[in-house]
Design a protein around this ligand. Structure first.
Ligand code: HEC
Length: 210
């Protein structure tokens, strides 16, 4: 650069600094591309790359969304590791007061309208349909249901049986459906209980054994 032009350098710097903070409608110069701009398919778009012309692809069979793998058969399907209807609560669940209270609460909302609060199959829904349901809701104190494994009540509550639909949509948490199964067992056991079955500390309570 000759001496003559050197005097222009400060002027150029001032000129460049003057642009700082100015807004522009045009996109910035993108020297390093880094794959920042790529072709892509929009939802529902056509694309000749695939034989069927659809850009949206079907996920491979058996694909499960992250966090939605229901691989615990005992918890989700009521089946134990021998492939039989499970007789116990799934691992990690205990039949404590909290679980039974939850079960009672959910049972009274979702099952009692048909099966009755005591599980006798005499809930108000059945009574109010003229002539009753074509198929009566089960009475859990019938001999048929007494020996049923705990998982059976879970399974029917989840998948339904005959005329009864499953309740997994209304009761989405499988643990709640297990709590209901446990509560049905409580109803069964307490139904046939004798005064001698009541632990001493409760037998003193007013009304016990009546
Ligand atoms: C809208 C009424 C209705 C509700 C609510 C209902 N059930 Fe039922 N349930 C029935 C009827 C009706 C049957 C008999 C179905 C048949 O035999 O076709 C039945 C049968 C059953 C049986 C016996 C199945 C067998 O082997 O015979 C079980 C167990 C059961 N229900 C559990 C439940 C549980 C648990 C809930 C709550 C989550 C529930 N039900 C809610 C109507 C209902």
């Amino acid at each position: 650069m000759s001496f003559k032009h050197r005097s222009l350098v400060p002027l150029m710097l001032v000129g460049m600094a003057g642009c700082w903070g100015n807004y522009s409608e045009s996109p910035p110069v993108h020297l390093q591309q880094n794959m920042d701009f790529q072709e892509r398919g929009e939802a529902q778009e056509r694309n000749q790359f695939f034989a069927d012309g659809r850009v949206m692809r079907t996920p491979p069979a058996g694909t499960v969304a992250v966090g939605f793998l229901k691989d615990d058969d005992h918890l989700w399907r009521g089946i134990d590791d021998k492939g039989k209807v499970a007789a116990t609560l799934p691992e990690g669940m205990t039949a404590d007061a909290e679980l039974l209270e939850r079960g009672e609460d959910r049972y009274n909302i979702y099952c009692a309208p048909c099966h009755g609060q005591q599980g006798r199959g005499d809930g108000p829904a059945n009574r109010r349909v003229a002539g009753g349901f074509a198929q009566k809701p089960a009475n859990f104190h019938d001999e048929r249901y007494q020996p049923a494994p705990l998982g059976y009540f879970y399974k029917v509550g989840t998948e339904g049986y005959g005329l009864m639909k499953g309740y997994s949509a209304q009761i989405p948490d499988p643990k709640d459906r297990w709590a209901i199964a446990a509560w049905i067992r409580v109803l069964q056991v307490s139904h046939g209980a004798k005064k001698s079955d009541i632990p001493a500390q409760f037998a003193q309570n007013k009304g016990a054994g009546k």
